[in-house]
Design a protein around this ligand. Sequence first.
Ligand SMILES: *[C@@H]1O[C@H](CO)[C@@H](O)[C@H](O)[C@H]1NC(C)=O
Ligand SMILES: *[C@@H]1O[C@H](CO)[C@@H](O)[C@H](O)[C@H]1NC(C)=O
Ligand SMILES: *[C@@H]1O[C@H](CO)[C@@H](O)[C@H](O)[C@H]1NC(C)=O
Ligand SMILES: *[C@@H]1O[C@H](CO)[C@@H](O)[C@H](O)[C@H]1NC(C)=O
Ligand SMILES: *[C@@H]1O[C@H](CO)[C@@H](O)[C@H](O)[C@H]1NC(C)=O
Ligand SMILES: *[C@@H]1O[C@H](CO)[C@@H](O)[C@H](O)[C@H]1NC(C)=O
Ligand SMILES: *[C@@H]1O[C@H](CO)[C@@H](O)[C@H](O)[C@H]1NC(C)=O
Ligand SMILES: *[C@@H]1O[C@H](CO)[C@@H](O)[C@H](O)[C@H]1NC(C)=O
Ligand SMILES: *[C@@H]1O[C@H](CO)[C@@H](O)[C@H](O)[C@H]1NC(C)=O
Ligand SMILES: *[C@@H]1O[C@H](CO)[C@@H](O)[C@H](O)[C@H]1NC(C)=O
Ligand SMILES: *[C@@H]1O[C@H](CO)[C@@H](O)[C@H](O)[C@H]1NC(C)=O
Ligand SMILES: *[C@@H]1O[C@H](CO)[C@@H](O)[C@H](O)[C@H]1NC(C)=O
Length: 839
Amino acid sequence: MRSFHAFLLLLITSYGVFESVPAQDQSEFISLACGLVPTNETFTERTTNITYKSDASYIDNGFVGSINDVYKSTLQQQAWNLRSFPEGERNCYNFNLTADRKYLIRGTFLYGNYDGRSQLPSFDLHIGPNKWTPVKLGGVATLSFHEMIHVLTQDRLQVCLVKTGETTPFISSLELRRLPRGMYPQSGRSLILFGRIYYPPTLLAVRYDEDIHDRVWVPDFNSTDQRRSISTDLFVNTSTYSYDVPQVVAKSACVPANDSQPLTFYLKFNDTNALLYVYMHFAEIQNLEADEIREFNISYNGGQRFMSNFRPPKFSIKTLSNPQLVSSLDGNFNLTFKRTRNSTRPPLINAFEVYQVLKLPLLDTDQDEASAMVNIKTSYELNKKISWQGDPCAPELYRWEGLNCSYIDSESPRILTLNLTENQLTGTITPEISKLTQLIELDLSNNDLSGDIPDFLADMKSLKLIKLNGNPNLNTIIPESLQRRLKRNSLTLILRETPRKENEKVPVVAIAVSVAVVLTLTLIVIFFVVRRKKRKIKNGTRSSNQTIITKDLRITTAVKMLSRSSAQGYKEFKAEVELLSRVHHRHLVGLVGYCNDGENLALIYEYMANGDLKENMSGKCGGNILSWESRMQVAVEAAQGLEYLHNGCEPPMVHRDVKTSNILLNERSQAKLADFGLSRSFAIDGQGHVSTAVAGTPGYLDPEYYRTNWLSETSDVYSFGVVLLEIITNQPVIDKNREEPHITEWVGFKLTNGDIRSIVDPELKDDYDTNGAWKVVELALACVNPSSNRRPTMAHVVTELNECVALEVARRQGSEKMNSLGSFKISLSSASDFAPGAR
Ligand SMILES: *[C@@H]1O[C@H](CO)[C@@H](O)[C@H](O)[C@H]1NC(C)=O
Ligand SMILES: *[C@@H]1O[C@H](CO)[C@@H](O)[C@H](O)[C@H]1NC(C)=O
Ligand SMILES: *[C@@H]1O[C@H](CO)[C@@H](O)[C@H](O)[C@H]1NC(C)=O
Ligand SMILES: *[C@@H]1O[C@H](CO)[C@@H](O)[C@H](O)[C@H]1NC(C)=O
Ligand SMILES: *[C@@H]1O[C@H](CO)[C@@H](O)[C@H](O)[C@H]1NC(C)=O
Ligand SMILES: *[C@@H]1O[C@H](CO)[C@@H](O)[C@H](O)[C@H]1NC(C)=O
Ligand SMILES: *[C@@H]1O[C@H](CO)[C@@H](O)[C@H](O)[C@H]1NC(C)=O
Ligand SMILES: *[C@@H]1O[C@H](CO)[C@@H](O)[C@H](O)[C@H]1NC(C)=O
Ligand SMILES: *[C@@H]1O[C@H](CO)[C@@H](O)[C@H](O)[C@H]1NC(C)=O
Ligand SMILES: *[C@@H]1O[C@H](CO)[C@@H](O)[C@H](O)[C@H]1NC(C)=O
Ligand SMILES: *[C@@H]1O[C@H](CO)[C@@H](O)[C@H](O)[C@H]1NC(C)=O
Ligand SMILES: *[C@@H]1O[C@H](CO)[C@@H](O)[C@H](O)[C@H]1NC(C)=O
């Protein structure tokens, strides 16, 4: 097996076309001094010129406090006050923003013995439904801050303080700064700042307005014994890369104290699973003579190559970062800069930033439902309900009291029950309730509601129970539409203590049964027709699309024929029939029937009119080349099929032969995964199993599985990663005439120059979203990680790909006028789109 390490740690330079965010001023800043009173006042901090306002309109709960006066003189003013949360498990700040924008979010904490207890609190910080970080304070007057870069998933953002023990959470200031989307482009959703270090001659931290984005750059206090700082007064061009490195940061750098020694930086993470992005900013800031060069190699963890023969550009910044995540076995990292033999100067670095990837496993509640809940909360003045904070459904542990929600993997939670009994509700029944479209039970009993029973209840398809009893001022005339609904369906409406139950939904059941019977009959008819006509066809073990014509019935169906003589083939055939008879999913090719007449075996699938992805990629299908959007769509659909095999089936299945020729497209160009001949299922208790013979297609075969025989879902993830690379590049998986024969290595090789266009299929003529392309490349490289436990799950792959589709759709809509005929297809599918019953 070839080594796959070459691309494990590629160094790329980030670039791109970026939207501009006006950040010279503070218009994209939200700067909250928590607990500032009176709440309508603002102040401008003298040392930064940042204007702060009170947090009062962003949060419902909490108590304002003020730190002990003795600490104030040395601190910036936004640390003088704070807000504390003795009540409730979770308290949240709410921001109305715009989905998909990127923000730097910083919480600052200074205890200052505000409560006179001299006891340092500890608690957790959450971002939406997910944990961000624990907050532990270094001392009474020690300022700690936590910073992250986050791409909003919705139009709202919640930053929550969560109790973890006896002590009371508090916060001093909360700051949001919008960043251009192209900065830190590999960040996906969220990065937590580990350190942002620079090497000034004096030990001063830098933030706004030297840094137009108000990032905090901290001097490396340990630069003295092994490293020394150099600086220049000359201008350094920092516009060459999109990181807006402050001039003062660019003007200084660190070099080893002993010119012949390497520079080494040590990073230690508590989390042994830490995955890092490192952004390194370089500029040559010394005037080198013509015969002098500064050249060095960059590596990590004692020898893993990062970049060779690097020369910092003269008086202009170059930023290098890793496109793929860096990890270590024990949470310890070291970064080494070592001069090359030809170099006349020691290595140098001006500044670097280290971020740890934050996993966000939980999804927010459906955006429309969450905002409906916020409006319900406001209109019934339920602001003081202690658990009604943050996301309504997620995490389950902090779900709002009176709600029940659905929790399905990779889908946003939906609200199923709303129980507001005995909440002293007044006024009419709010139409906001109609936005909870999946609501099954609504209990508004024992309040003081007035007005009419609204019509909209009749249109809420999922509703099974409405309780309105105990509202003496409510007009109990049932609107006509609701009366019809009561008659038609199994909806129960309770107006008085004794429930009235209407007819059961017998008709619906009856219809469902008869449809099922008709379908079954149809399948049987097709089965027999094929059986009769296909008897004579022999040989061929691969799928072929054939049209079967009979006297009075013409069916277009795909048939896979198999000759009995092949024992292996028979096993595969059997495996496939068994699997397909219990697995049904809109992105898996369906089995229509099969035929086994003793001599020949035939599997009859649904017909996939547009052939396989491989043909489509190669242009053999005659049509136009697949657009980037269609490619992303195909990728997400195939990924959904595979994800279903891994997570939706019991026991889970491993496909074992994921490749472009096994992804078929139907007449509407919907993708379905085919050929389950090699698929294996295994018991749920074990994580995988050792199979006797390694099977699969060369080039797509997981090297780790090949080496160990240990089979698990991650092998499919590897193969899917190869498929993604093919989709992106339209290159053969293995090509002996290429610089690097295997596609994974070739992509790695090409990316070292940092130009994504050098790998994306040139036929696309640059008609794709660069951010989206990076994202897919990153995802693909993560999938083909040589180490299986570093690969993402298919659920994660589906989520990421959905985002890529969304990015591309957004971009397309932006350039709609150029494309008014719409030669491409938009069929956004989402996880919630699965056929009911398939899950
Ligand atoms: C804040 O509100 C108080 C009382 O409503 C008012 O007297 C005061 O002028 C306001 N201050 C500012 C800066 O608006
Ligand atoms: C704050 O703004 C004033 C007026 O623009 C300016 O004179 C001063 O230098 C600024 N202070 C800082 C710390 O940037
Ligand atoms: C956010 O929007 C909601 C409704 O759209 C509004 O009630 C709330 O006051 C807004 N919050 C802030 C901080 O602007
Ligand atoms: C500085 O770093 C070196 C290792 O590079 C370490 O041995 C030393 O203890 C550190 N000094 C301080 C003051 O942290
Ligand atoms: C900085 O570099 C960019 C890109 O090379 C160039 O367009 C710009 O003119 C330079 N700025 C200055 C002030 O030299
Ligand atoms: C610098 O490092 C070199 C090579 O390790 C060593 O020979 C030399 O003594 C060092 N110089 C000083 C001043 O420590
Ligand atoms: C790292 O872990 C140690 C021991 O569990 C703990 O004392 C320390 O506070 C942790 N450090 C950070 C930065 O979380
Ligand atoms: C860096 O880390 C690697 C592996 O963790 C270790 O083998 C190596 O000795 C370290 N290098 C230095 C200079 O400490
Ligand atoms: C730097 O990297 C190049 C290419 O990998 C290698 O040939 C060279 O020996 C390295 N130099 C040092 C000093 O490690
Ligand atoms: C070192 O410099 C010489 C002369 O310029 C050149 O021929 C040689 O290729 C260089 N070596 C490396 C490793 O770059
Ligand atoms: C939510 O569902 C659970 C179990 O299905 C049930 O016990 C509980 O009462 C429900 N809560 C509400 C508020 O309906
Ligand atoms: C609503 O909650 C109350 C108690 O909080 C419970 O008695 C009642 O059964 C709930 N309603 C429904 C429809 O579950």
